[in-house]
Design a protein around this ligand. Sequence first.
Ligand code: AMP
Length: 548
Amino acid sequence: MLGLMSNKNLLISSLIEHSSEYHADTEIVHRVSNGNIEKTNYKETNIRIRRLASALTRMGIKLGDRLGTIAWSNLRHLELYYGISGIGAICHTINPRLFKEQLIFIINDAQNKILFVDLDFIELISEISNEIPTVETIILLCAEKELTKLHKIKQKVLAYESLIENNQTLDKWPDFDERTASSLCYTSGTTGNPKGVLYSHRSTMIHTLAAANPDALDISSTDVIMPIAPMFHANAWGIPYIANMVGAKLVLPGRHLDGESVYNILDKEEVTFTAAVPTIWLMLFEYLDKKNKKLKFLKRCVIGGSACPKFMIEDFHKKYGVEVIHAWGMTETSPLGTVNKPLRKHSSLSQEQKYNLAIKQGRPMYGVKIKITNDDGEALPHDGKAFGNLWVKGPWICSGYLNMTNSDVHDENEWFLTGDVASIDQDGYMLITDRVKDVIKSGGEWISSIQIENIAAGHKKVSEAAVIGVKHKKWDERPLLLIVKAENVKKDEILDFLKDKIAKWWMPDDIIFVEELPHTATGKIRKVELKKTYQNYFVNPHKESDEN
Ligand code: AMP
C-alpha cells in the first residue's frame, strides 16, 4: 500500500520560490570585481532568475542541455545556479584556475552549448575559443555597455544584462522528475583527465536538507553566511542552496580573497558563518595579527578541502572565539560527507581533548555511510587505530561519471572508493591520514604525511608545511618535509618540535626550506609536482643546506 502523501518532485526551483515568498526582504550582498559592494534581496533576485529562465527557454534551451559558467562567487553566478537548473538544464560550473588543456577537455566533454563568463576571464575564453566547437554562444556577465572590450571570441557574444532586461519573467517553474540532472562539476584531475560529477535535483535537495542541520553546518535564518569556497568548486559546499532554504542573509565575496578583503567583508556585513580551505585562513590570520584586529561577528567556520591543522582550530577558538567545524567531502559527495560536531558526552572533556577531537574530519551526516578496507577489500575495524581505503555511499554520493561507462571506483553495492586513507573510531569519527597516492610506504609500513605536516604547521615559525614520500634505497620511501618559514628557523628546532609528537620512524629524514609551496586550483598542496622535483633527493647525494 502506498502512502497518501504528495509526490511533489524535490526540485531546486522550490528553494528560490520559498526564499522569495518567505524571506523576500532578506539581503543578498555581493562584491563586484572592482571591489564595490552591492546589495539586493531574495525577492528581487528571484525576479531576475525568472527573467533569465525565460530568456534561456526562448533561446531554445531544453531539459538536459549543459550550460557552462566561468565565474567568481557573485550574484550573477547565483542567478545562473537557479535559472539554468530551474528549467531542467544543467549548470556546469567550471574552475577557471585549471590548465587551459583541462578547460578545453571539460567544455568539450560536457558539450556545453553556452558559456557564461565573468569579464575577468575574457582573455582566457578568447584563447580557447577556437577549440570548443560545441559552444554556440558566449554570454559575458556584464551590461551591454561593457561589451566594447576587444576580444578574439569567435562565438556569438551577448551581454547578460540585456538578456535579463529584455525578457519577461517566467510564469511558472516547470515540473519534471526529481532525478533529472541539475548541475555538473569536474574533479580537479591531479592525475589523468578530470571526471564529470553529475548532480541531480533530488541529490542536491536531500544534501541541502541534511547540511543545514545543527549537527552538520548548523545554518539558520538568523545567520549571515558567506561561502568563500568558490561557486565553481563542488557547489560552494552547498551553501548557495542552504541560504535559500533557511533564508539566511547571503554574502558572496567575489574574487577578492586576500586577508584584508576577507576581513573587511566579514566585519562590514556582520558575517556569522563562513566556509573555506585552510589556506584562506592562513592569509586572514596573518592580516589579523599584523593589524591587531578581532572577528567581532563570526561564530562558526567550516574548514575542509584539506586537513585543518590543530593550531588553526586553537587560534580560531582562543584568539577569536570562533568555533571551527572540520568537515570532509569531495566533488563526488556533493560535497559534504562527514562533519565534526562533538557529542553530548564530550562536554566533560578538557579543552585540549576537545581540540584533539576537532582535528578529526568528523562523523557521517544522516544518509551517508562510511567504511574502511585493506587492499584485499576486507573490512577493517572502527577502532580509531586501523587505517585503510575509505569507501562512502549515500543518496548524494556519485554513482558514476559523465561519459564513462565503466568506473573502477564504484562497486556493485553502490559503495564509492574515495582514494583517501582513513581510520574510523567507535563513535564514527573519521580521521583522514592521506590520499592513497600520498601515503608514505616506508619498509612496508605506512606513514601519514598529513599528520606530520599538521604538527609541523603548528610550529610558530612555520607558515606552511608539506611532507612527501621520497625514494630511499633501504626503506623504499622516506618522509621529506618542506617548509615555508613564517620567520627564521633552523632544521633542528623543527625536528625537536616533532620529536615527542610522532613515532621515531615517522621522523622526516630531512627538511628543505622553500619560498612557497605549489597549490592546485582548489587550494590543495600539489604533491605530484613536489614528488617530481624531489624524487631522487635521498638517492643522489645532495648539497646540505647551510641553514642546518
Ligand atoms: P575535491 O574533490 O577537489 O573537493 O577533493 C576531495 C579531496 O580533498 C578528498 O578526497 C580529500 O583527499 C581532500 N579533503 C577534503 N576535505 C578534507 C579534510 N577535511 N581533511 C583532509 N582532506 C580533505
